[in-house]
Design a protein. Structure first.
Length: 249
């Protein structure tokens, strides 16, 4: 597990520059479907593997840990201890039996967070599209991959929203095309270019509190909370080094 990074040059690291020597490795991609609910075909538990485990990991990734720490759920289709911990925390948060067994009740709650287009109940794809083109085109990955990365980010944001007391979260910036990112002065390898980042505003909640709760949601990139928004991203999912600008607070 990587240790917390000390504050570094903001222009160099802001919104996701590539850590020195780290390659561009994109994890497995699952394209969003249009089904109204995911078709869970079996009860899942620790030790199992498969595409359904991968989908489970995407949906509970925001429950990586109960206390601040650079911990994330690996999206690898292998139901190991990290996934089990996330499932237990998810179950506890939603009033379910906290046994890390993903049966009908847990599956129903997971599906209750999904909208028919693959987005989540409190976040729409339109909130994350490039602010100029209104699409997921023109980034550093295909539009389909960017959209899938956004979908994965949504589930972490659902967890963050829940931990903040179910308060609304405004997404000021999600995916950006290369041209738009350059126009706003974004870093050349910004996580916004991959669809893994979001700049957030949570009315009535301080950025420091948002930062602290995000430390438990598996976000591997956190910009300082002293800005006028809170930036979060999942750079470790793309093989990047962790970067928490203010460390653990």
């Amino acid at each position: 597990m990587a240790s917390s990074s000390s504050p570094l040059n903001r222009r160099t690291l802001l919104r996701g520059t590539l850590a020195a020597g780290v390659g561009v490795a994109l994890g497995p991609v699952l394209l969003s479907g249009t089904a109204s609910a995911y078709s869970w075909s079996r009860t899942l538990s620790q030790g199992m593997t498969g595409a359904d485990v991968t989908e489970l990991q995407i949906r509970v990734a925001g429950w990586a840990t109960s206390s601040p720490g650079q911990t994330r759920v690996s999206i690898d289709g292998d139901f190991g201890p990290g996934t089990a911990t996330a499932v237990r925390l998810f179950q506890s948060a939603y009033g379910l039996s906290s046994d890390a067994v993903v049966g009908p009740a847990t599956q129903a709650q997971l599906n209750a967070l999904q909208q028919s287009d693959g987005s989540t109940v409190h976040f729409d794809f339109s909130e994350f599209t490039d602010r100029v083109s209104g699409t997921f085109d023109g980034g550093k990955v295909s539009a389909a991959t960017a959209k899938e990365n956004v979908r994965r980010a949504m589930y972490k944001l659902e967890a963050l929203r829940k931990k903040l007391g179910n308060v609304p979260i405004t997404v000021n910036s999600g995916f950006r095309s290369i041209s738009h990112n350059a126009a706003v002065g974004g870093a050349s390898d910004s996580m916004h270019l991959y669809g893994t980042a979001a700049d957030l505003d949570v009315p009535g909640v301080s950025n420091k509190t948002v930062y602290q709760k995000a430390e438990t949601c598996g976000f591997s990139g956190l910009e300082t909370w002293t800005e006028d928004h809170q930036h979060v991203d999942s750079r470790a999912d793309l093989g990047r080094a962790w970067w928490w600008q203010d460390g653990t607070i």
